[in-house]
Design a protein around this ligand. Structure first.
Ligand code: FAD
Length: 383
């Protein structure tokens, strides 16, 4: 796999060794798109352990499924961190090893030899849970040729993935700024509750950085759609029907969907696609609170990215050009500057959060957003 100028990995073929068997094209999930039944069931769930929910992106759905399957002898694959903070695939065979897989990493994760290892393990009658983006799940199933009963796949709704090269740029910039090695990263830390996305970075010298998409250059690039892989803007794996057994995603509209109060700690939305998925959800029932919700409502209220690809920022390519020759913070300043006003608002956030006024401001912002979305729909634009 060879990085391009933007830092995304693409397969490089050694033409001296290629025997033109065509297998790479035969297994390609883009060239052979599959149609999947849209008969899914929708639920909102939250794991029983509050500490785990705090560490998780939404309601800890991943940990609920993975912990149960580990107890049944499965090994679990998910994204963790390498020595240089690269986002890489790891295998867990004990619950303690799930810790670093928890939390969304908004970076394309590197699979390495994961598919090859899984194939070998399945051949040796091991049971495997694979978690990943919809394209990674599809890639694994096409690579294996079919989905054996001993393989369970859980994907998540994915807005897009920034490049490993951009993340490396960010890590280097932050380590220079803090004069210390980065030792931890949480892209959606619940500093100000589930509804506010905060990047939390920990350094070896004990210092930490907290910043939302308003002031953190990596988060800003991600949320304003400057950073995703080009293919993410025409994602081939969208839709309610999926190859996975279960799909997990955020649940921002808990109150609207259930009529109950949202405590701001986070709930997960899940779509169950297969009999295996149904059995798994049934098996974890004692470990989660579970509320059934009609699938179309769950998708309509929470899951805009279930069926839609995000539109790229108009200056996406200019941003990547800049980031290929300078640090990410300087590249952001060129394209969409972070201003003093942004830093003041960010500081004020803490006071607003502590005084409890945040939820009123959020309601007001939501009303404004609904108005914008309605206007966009009326003008026939794709979301
Ligand atoms: C890149 C990305 C984009 C996303 N976009 C959306 C979106 O637009 N809308 C939405 O509703 N939800 C989105 N999600 C999903 C959401 O953030 C949560 O992952 C989901 O709600 C499950 O949360 P949890 O609390 O159950 O799990 P967590 O404990 O947060 O579990 C995280 C799971 O995600 C896996 N994971 C994390 N990062 C990566 C990665 N880079 N590559 C492969 N696997 C990874 C872990 O291995 C683990 O299985 C996205 C997640 C990622 C990683």
């Amino acid at each position: 796999m060879v990085p391009d100028r933007e830092g995304f990995l693409y397969p490089g073929v050694d033409m001296d060794k290629c025997v033109s068997c065509g297998l790479c094209e035969k297994v390609c999930p883009i060239l052979h798109r599959e149609h999947h039944e849209e008969k899914t069931e929708g639920y909102i769930i939250r794991y029983k352990d509050e500490k785990i929910v705090e560490e998780s992106t939404s309601g800890g759905a991943f940990t609920a499924f993975a912990t149960y399957l580990l107890s049944k002898g499965y090994v679990v694959y998910g994204a963790g961190y390498g020595k240089e903070m690269q986002v890489v695939y790891k295998m867990a065979s004990k619950p303690e090893e799930l810790h670093e897989m928890r939390g969304s990493k908004f970076v394309q994760s590197t699979l390495g030899n994961t598919f090859r290892t899984i194939k070998k393990q399945l051949k040796e009658s091991k049971k495997v849970l694979f978690t990943g983006t919809p394209c990674q799940v599809s890639g694994l199933i096409r690579y294996l040729g079919s989905k054996p009963e001993t393989l369970i796949c859980i994907d998540f709704v994915c807005r897009g993935v920034p490049s490993p090269g951009l993340w490396k740029n960010y890590v280097t910039m932050m380590e220079k700024k803090y004069n210390a090695k980065m030792v931890g990263a949480r892209f959606k830390h619940k500093t100000y509750g589930y509804h506010a996305t905060t990047m939390k970075i920990d350094f070896a010298n004990g210092k930490s950085w907290y910043g939302s998409g308003r002031v953190d250059p990596m988060m800003k690039a991600f949320v304003s759609e400057m950073a995703s892989r080009p293919s993410c803007h025409a994602c081939a794996f969208k839709g309610a029907g999926r190859q996975s057994d279960i799909t997990m995603f955020d649940c921002y509209e808990f109150s609207k969907l259930t009529g109950m109060e949202d405590d701001g700690k986070g709930y997960s939305s899940v779509l169950v696609h297969s009999q295996t998925g149904k059995k798994l959800l049934h098996a974890v029932e004692g470990d989660v609170c579970k509320i059934p919700v009609p699938t179309d409502r769950l998708i309509h209220e929470n899951g805009i990215m279930v069926c839609n690809s995000a539109r790229p920022h108009e200056k996406r390519n200019v941003f990547y050009d800049a980031a290929s020759v300078m640090s990410i913070d300087k590249a952001i300043q060129k394209i969409a500057p972070i201003t003093i006003r942004d830093y003041i608002i960010e500081k004020a956030k803490r006071i607003i959060f502590l005084t409890g006024t945040m939820k009123y401001i959020r309601k007001l912002k939501k009303k404004q957003n609904v108005k914008i979305v309605k206007q966009e729909r009326q003008s026939g634009e794709q979301l």
